[in-house]
Design a protein around this ligand. Structure first.
Ligand SMILES: Nc1ncnc2c1ncn2[C@@H]1O[C@H](COP(=O)(O)OP(=O)(O)OP(=O)(O)O)[C@@H](O)[C@H]1O
Length: 388
């Protein structure tokens, strides 16, 4: 797939900006806080309907405005698609494909696929389990758009169950516990059914990703290291059978009932899953050197690219946010060799110094300054169309 055109209107620090992408690699060059990451964020929103930096649309709409818009033309094997995402300072988003407003936003997913790689991704190894869950969920959302809906339903059931537990324990200190068993049992069943769907999908995607990531990791580490990735679901999966997992889920809820009552929150379910990474049988989080952790994240990102390509039968985009400077020259070259011209890649950087001359020659270079994009040299002037 190829992102041919992007149009940003009142989005972050862009007033009105159109960009035509004309090379497999586009380098977005600019000082800090000029709008480079904002542009990648717009593409991330089109691919996942989520931003890793903003949880509310009000932050995405340009300051002082009430609405913002991201529009794109994506070339796919079956033809071109036009994507429009309208954002409001307060109120719901509108998702439009080829002029048709979608009733379910989840139907927007799957037209544009992208893998994002930023220095924040190093937190995948060093950070907490939440970071790893978000990573696997974002990948799943692109592979199986229906997963976005399942996860949303699970989180809703979780919130409602938590509210019920809190309500029942509100006067914990004054009177003895009086749980409403029937109502809680209904939420337990919901949580177990939806949670099982989340667990099985997470298990399946990690199983598919592991051999690809291991192969990359072996290659990048010069065949000296063995990567292992282990899904650690909060509810054990001994058999990939929904009824068996649901049964385990409900049994574990029973066992943790008293602890849940006193901690006033749901303690059982995939919102407590983790994924363990180890290198040569040693947990990467505690013992991996910075270099080893970078190799690991690079292997994961390359594996994501390949897995999405396998599943959707087209190469996804790669968004590299200020990450090349974080990698040493050897790893940079391994990444660049792996991408070649197969994956359309958008790269942000504050300086061109670290780029290989061969790379620069085959890239479209755009300068980003205060929410405005201009071609880096006169030959590239025709690839820009300013609007507004
Ligand atoms: N909703 C908004 N409205 C207007 N401007 C915004 C909005 N959100 C962010 N900005 C501006 O966008 C700029 C940040 O841009 P961005 O995060 O893309 O930086 P960058 O060019 O990637 O730089 P860095 O290298 O520091 O990451 C800041 O100047 C910020 O004030």
């Amino acid at each position: 797939m190829f992102l041919e055109h992007l149009q940003l209107q009142q989005f972050r620090n862009y007033q009105a900006q159109g960009i035509y992408f004309q090379a497999p690699k586009t380098i977005l060059l600019g000082d800090n806080a000029q709008g480079k990451t904002n542009l990648l964020e717009a593409v991330e929103l089109l691919a996942t309907l989520k931003s890793h930096r903003a949880s509310r649309d009000r932050d995405l709409v340009q300051d002082g405005q009430t609405v913002g818009q991201i529009q794109a033309v994506v070339q796919r094997q079956l033809g071109a698609a036009q994507l429009t995402l309208r954002l409001q300072k307060s109120g719901r988003r509108t998702a439009i494909i080829n002029g048709e407003t979608l009733r379910r936003q989840q139907d927007f997913l799957g037209t544009l696929n992208a893998v994002q790689f930023s220095s924040l991704d190093l937190d995948l190894v060093r950070g907490g389990p939440g970071e790893r869950r978000t990573w696997v969920d974002t990948l799943l959302t692109q592979l199986e758009p229906v997963y976005a809906y399942i996860l949303q339903q699970y989180n809703q059931a979780l919130r409602q169950r938590n509210a019920l537990i809190r309500q029942q324990t509100a006067d914990l200190d004054e009177s003895p516990p009086q749980p409403d068993i029937t109502q809680l049992a209904l939420w337990d069943a919901q949580l177990a059914a939806l949670g099982t769907r989340v667990i099985r999908r997470r298990g399946r995607v990690i199983e598919r990703l592991v051999p690809i990531a291991q192969a990359w990791h072996r290659e990048i580490s010069g065949h000296t290291e063995q990567l292992d990735i282990c899904y650690q679901p909060n509810v054990a999966v001994e058999q990939d059978e929904p009824t068996v997992i649901q049964q385990h889920f409900l049994e574990k809820i029973q066992k943790r009932a008293i602890a849940e009552y006193y901690q006033r929150t749901t303690l059982v379910g995939p919102h407590r899953d983790d994924i363990a990474f180890s290198i040569n049988q040693t947990p990467a989080r505690q013992y991996g050197s910075q270099g080893q952790q970078r190799t690991l994240v690079l292997a994961l990102k390359l594996a994501e690219l390949k897995l999405i390509e396998e599943v959707v039968s087209e190469p996804p985009l790669l968004l590299l946010d200020d990450v090349l400077a974080e990698l040493d020259l050897k790893r940079q070259n391994q990444l660049l060799d792996a991408i070649q011209d197969r994956f359309q890649t958008l790269i942000t950087t504050t300086h061109l110094g670290s780029f290989d001359a061969k790379w620069l020659a085959s890239s479209q270079i755009l300068t980003v300054q205060s929410g405005k994009i201009s071609a880096n040299d006169r030959n590239q002037a025709d690839i820009l169309k300013h609007s507004g």
